[in-house]
Design a protein around this ligand. Structure first.
Ligand code: ZN
Length: 277
């Protein structure tokens, strides 16, 4: 009898199925992180939506469907829900978000206009935001070539994702990506295959490239001194995209890299296997 209870407890303590590599790499269910959801093994790819946006779904280890969901920085720890649809019958699936602390950062800018843009700047910023939001919201059906990304440049990380930022003492949006401290002119390489969705010169982001890696997984590279690709170009993992610079709101040469999933900016360190709690 006791042995039976022991076996039962042991069975409860073990996960139903062993997690695959992608799940272990990407499942960081915190605000600004990623939740990997097991969708079971049956049938064709289910369609998954989170906050009314389509979600990346891939097959793990050739057998199990998983959803890879971007979690907004603004989400409170607790229960979140996706809808899963197969054969036209949607159902909901809950998952749990735990907490993560993000530090503060204070930055001094010489150009006060980058902290308090004038009315004309604000018009420009709004136009650029619309353009960039539209890029993030595109959803192509192609499968990402790899989910363990290569670092786009070889260099030390300077600012992590999610820092609460104060520019000249005023709080602005938290840091939406990862910064690498590398000299101007360093080649920026594609972390995975993709297609160039958008390029531009923006008020805050400077010279910028958007790459669609498939199914709403998007990379954005900012502050470039040079853009060496054009919209529509097919990109292979490792291809040169442009050069590091300090255009836009930047205090010096660095690469700023955003990753977006289901139109949510998440911590890119997860995708290069360097996430720290
Ligand atoms: Zn940055």
């Amino acid at each position: 009898m006791h042995r039976l209870i022991l076996l039962l407890l042991l069975a409860l303590a073990l996960p139903a199925q062993a997690e695959g590599f992608i799940t272990r790499l990407l499942n960081k269910p915190v605000p600004g992180g990623v939740a990997v959801l097991d969708l079971g093994m049956q049938g064709p790819a289910p369609r998954v939506r989170y906050r009314d946006k389509p979600v990346l779904v891939v097959k793990e280890d050739g057998k199990r469907w998983i959803a890879i969901v971007g979690i907004p920085l603004t989400v409170e720890p607790g229960v979140q829900t996706v809808t899963v649809e197969r054969n036209g019958a949607p159902r909901t699936q809950d998952f749990q978000i735990s907490s993560r602390k993000y530090r503060e950062q204070r930055i001094t800018l010489k150009n006060q206009r980058q902290v308090d843009p004038n009315p004309e700047d604000l018009k420009r910023i709004e136009r650029e935001l619309d353009e960039q939001t539209a890029a993030y919201r595109q959803f192509s059906e192609s499968q990402p070539s790899n989910l363990l990304f290569d670092k786009p440049v070889n260099g030390p990380l300077s600012s992590p994702f999610g820092l609460r930022r104060f520019f000249n003492g005023q709080e602005r949006n938290p840091h939406s990506g990862l910064d690498f401290a590398v000299p101007a002119g360093t080649v920026v390489k594609a972390p995975a295959d993709g297609r160039v969705m958008l390029t531009g010169n923006y008020f805050f982001n400077g010279n910028t490239i958007f790459i669609d890696h498939g199914q709403g997984l998007v990379s954005m590279f900012c502050h470039l001194s040079k853009i060496e690709v054009k919209v529509g170009d097919a990109i292979l993992r490792g291809d040169a995209l442009g050069r590091v610079g300090s255009t836009g709101r930047a205090t010096g040469s660095h690469l700023h890299w955003n990753i977006s999933l289901n139109d949510v900016r998440i911590d890119p360190s997860i995708f290069i296997g360097q996430y720290k709690r």
